[in-house]
Design a protein around this ligand. Structure first.
Ligand code: NIG
Ligand code: FE
Length: 405
C-alpha cells in the first residue's frame, strides 16, 4: 500500500527516450511512498496498485519540482539605485569600480542581523516556491571573510530546515575583492585565506556542497581562481564558475580542467570553452535575468553549446544587483525569447539539467522510481505553455517529498 497515487495527469518525466526527449507519458500515474517516487507509468499500468490517498489531477501536467541552481538569495539591502544609474548610462563595471555593485551589498549584508537576513531571504524564497521551485541553490559571497561567509551559509541552511524546500549551499568567497584587499599583498592574502582558511572551515562544517568563483576583469583572475579550485579539490568539494559573463577569460576551459559541475553565464564563451565543457561533463547554466537586467547585447552561444553537446540549465541568478528575479516561469520564458531555447530545453534547464549542475541528478530533477517525490502540478493544456506565458502564476499544486507544500 503506497502513501499516494497521483492519477489523471500527463507526466513529463524528463527521462529522455528515443523520439521523446522529455520522457512524456500521456494519461499517466505516479506512485509515491515514504516521500519518494516508487513508480511512474501509464495510468492503466498503475491501476492495480493501492494507495492511502488517490490524487486525481483532472488532466493536469506534472513535471519534476523546479530546481533553481544559481541564486544569491541571502543578502542585505537592495540595489534599486543601481538600476536607476544604469538607466542613466552607467555599466555594471562602472558601478563596481565606483564602489557600488557587489561591494555595496557586502556592506549592507555585514550590517544586517542574522534575523534580518533570514527573513528577507525567506520572502524571496517563498516567491520562488510559489513558482514551483523545490530545490534552491544559495551562494554566499556577500560576506568576504570567514565568519561572514559562514554566517550567510548558516542562514541559508537554517531556512532549509524551516521550509519545505531543499537548500543547497555554495561557498562563493571569490565573488569580489573586499574593499580593504583590492590590490597587491592584501589581494594575495585574501585568495590565500579563501584557500587555506575558508574552504577547509566550510567543508568541515558541512555548510556547502561546492565552491564557486567569479572569473572576470572586475573580479578574480584565472590564476587566482585556480588557487581556489585547488583548495576545493583538496577539501573534497566540487567547483563551479561564473565564467565569460562580461569578457572571455577562458574561464570555461579552467572550469572544465577542474571537472566543474557547471560554468555559469557564458555570454562570451568561445568554441574551445564549449568543447572543453562537453568533454568534462560541465553543465552550462544560462542566466537570462542578468542578461536582461544589464541590457546585454551578446547572447550566450546556444547553438555552439548544442553542437558541442553541453547540457544547458537555466536559473534565476536571483541577486540584488544584476538579477532581481523571483519568478521561475519568467526565467523559462526569457530563456526561450532572449536566448532561443526551445520550451523543451527551458523545462529541462530548470529540472534535470539544473539537478546535474548541482551534482544531484541521482536524487532530483526527473520523475523516476527512487527519486524524491518533488513535483509540480500545472493547470495547463500544453506543456510548452511553461515557456510561453510571460510571468505566469506557479503550479496549482507543489509537492515536496510527496507532501503538498
Ligand atoms: O551572478 N556575476 C557576479 N555575480 C552575480 C552578481 C552579483 C551582484 O552583482 O551582486 C551574478 O550576476
Ligand atoms: Fe551569480
Amino acid at each position: 500500500m503506497w502513501d499516494r497515487l497521483i492519477t489523471d495527469c500527463h507526466v513529463a518525466t524528463m527521462v529522455a527516450q528515443p523520439g521523446n526527449p522529455l520522457g512524456i507519458f500521456p494519461n499517466a500515474a505516479i506512485g509515491i511512498d515514504g516521500g519518494r517516487i516508487v513508480r511512474v507509468g501509464k495510468r492503466t499500468e498503475l491501476a492495480g496498485f493501492r494507495a492511502r490517498e488517490v490524487v486525481a489531477c483532472g488532466g493536469a501536467w506534472i513535471t519534476p519540482g523546479l530546481v533553481d541552481c544559481h541564486t544569491h538569495l541571502v543578502f542585505g539591502g537592495t540595489r534599486a539605485n543601481e538600476h536607476a544609474m544604469r538607466r542613466a548610462g552607467a555599466t555594471y563595471e562602472d558601478i563596481a569600480k565606483a564602489g557600488g555593485g557587489i561591494a555595496s551589498t557586502v556592506g549592507a549584508t555585514r550590517a544586517a542581523s542574522a534575523d534580518q537576513l533570514r527573513e528577507s531571504a525567506r520572502r524571496r524564497l517563498h516567491a520562488l516556491m510559489e513558482g514551483g521551485v523545490t530545490t534552491v541553490e544559495i551562494k554566499s559571497g556577500y560576506g568576504l571573510d570567514t565568519a561572514a561567509e559562514m554566517r550567510l551559509l548558516n542562514v541559508a541552511k537554517a531556512i532549509g530546515r524551516e521550509e519545505p524546500v531543499r537548500i543547497v549551499g555554495t561557498l562563493l568567497a571569490a565573488h569580489a575583492l573586499p574593499a580593504e584587499a583590492k590590490e597587491g599583498a592584501a589581494r594575495d592574502a585574501y585568495v590565500k585565506m579563501i584557500a587555506e582558511e575558508m574552504i577547509p572551515a566550510v567543508a568541515r562544517a558541512g555548510l556547502a556542497t561546492s565552491v564557486d568563483a567569479f572569473c572576470e576583469t572586475i573580479a578574480f583572475t584565472a590564476q587566482e581562481v585556480e588557487k581556489v579550485f585547488t583548495a576545493a579539490r583538496a577539501n573534497g568539494l566540487p567547483v563551479r564558475l561564473h565564467a565569460e559573463q562580461l569578457s572571455n577569460q577562458k574561464g570555461a576551459e579552467l572550469a572544465a580542467r577542474y571537472k566543474a559541475l557547471s560554468a555559469d553565464h557564458l555570454e562570451h564563451l568561445g568554441s574551445a570553452g564549449a568543447r572543453a565543457m562537453a568533454a568534462a561533463g560541465t553543465v552550462a547554466v544560462l542566466l537570462p535575468g542578468a542578461f536582461y537586467a544589464l541590457n546585454e547585447k551578446k547572447k550566450p552561444p546556444v547553438d555552439m553549446l548544442r553542437d558541442a553537446g553541453v547540457p544547458i540549465a537555466i536559473a534565476t541568478d536571483c541577486n540584488p544587483g544584476t538579477s532581481p528575479l523571483l519568478n521561475p516561469q519568467l526565467v523559462m520564458n526569457m530563456a526561450c525569447t532572449l536566448f532561443g531555447l526551445t520550451p523543451e530545453e527551458a523545462i529541462a534547464g530548470m529540472t534535470i539539467n539544473a539537478a546535474r549542475a548541482l551534482g544531484l541528478a541521482h536524487e532530483i530533477g526527473s520523475i523516476e522510481a527512487g527519486k524524491a517525490a518533488d513535483l509540480c502540478v500545472w493547470q495547463i493544456d500544453e506543456l510548452s505553455e511553461l515557456g510561453y506565458w510571460i510571468g505566469m502564476p506557479g503550479p496549482a499544486r507543489r509537492m515536496f517529498a510527496g507532501q503538498d507544500a
